[in-house]
Write a protein that binds this ligand. Structure first.
Ligand SMILES: [Zn+2]
Ligand SMILES: [Zn+2]
Ligand SMILES: [Zn+2]
Length: 167
């Protein structure tokens, strides 16, 4: 179980998702794919991340994540993000590693057929191909959907306490 406050720490990462894999302004052949979970700064490339300036994150024990590109999606390896996100997110494969998509591919008009396993937030249907086993524990298609679901829960909860207090 992951504390719900940990889940909300994913919000800054999700907000920056469009910046990942843009070219680095300093190292023009490199992509921006490194991100510090503790600092909420702009993403940097692997070369930036190795130099003295950026290594301060690691020397301070910060969590620096590497964003993965997998089947056209930006994702984070499960082992790198599980402490924040838990593991009930649909797993994509990248070089044999389990990866969680950062943002949803769900479309509101998508049809969910009986028996389709889908995201409980955006209804995106999980495509299970023949070689990979089913993922009965997966509830969300992406980190974004899990965070959105928790935010909805919290705002409902807050409204409820408010009603109780003024009542
Ligand atoms: Zn760079
Ligand atoms: Zn940092
Ligand atoms: Zn979703």
């Amino acid at each position: 179980m992951v504390d719900s406050r940990e889940i909300l720490k994913l919000k800054p990462l999700i907000k920056k998702h469009e910046k990942f894999f843009n070219n680095c302004g300093v190292h023009t052949k490199s992509f921006l794919n490194m991100y510090c979970m503790n600092c909420d700064e702009e993403p940097v490339c692997a070369t930036c991340s190795r130099d003295e300036v950026e290594s301060r994150h690691r020397t301070q024990g910060h969590k620096v994540l590497q964003v993965q590109k997998t089947t056209g999606m930006n994702g984070i390896k499960e082992e790198d993000i599980v402490e924040y996100a838990g593991s009930d997110i649909f797993k994509l494969k990248n070089n044999g590693r389990d990866v969680f998509a950062i943002v949803t591919r769900g479309k509101p008009e998508a049809k969910v057929l009986p028996g389709d396993q889908h995201c409980i937030h955006c209804r995106f249907v999980f495509k299970i191909n023949g070689r990979s086993p089913p993922q009965p524990n997966a509830k969300y298609c992406s980190l974004q959907c899990k965070v959105s679901e928790f935010e909805t829960f919290f705002s409902d909860h807050l409204n409820l306490s408010y009603v109780v207090l003024i009542g």
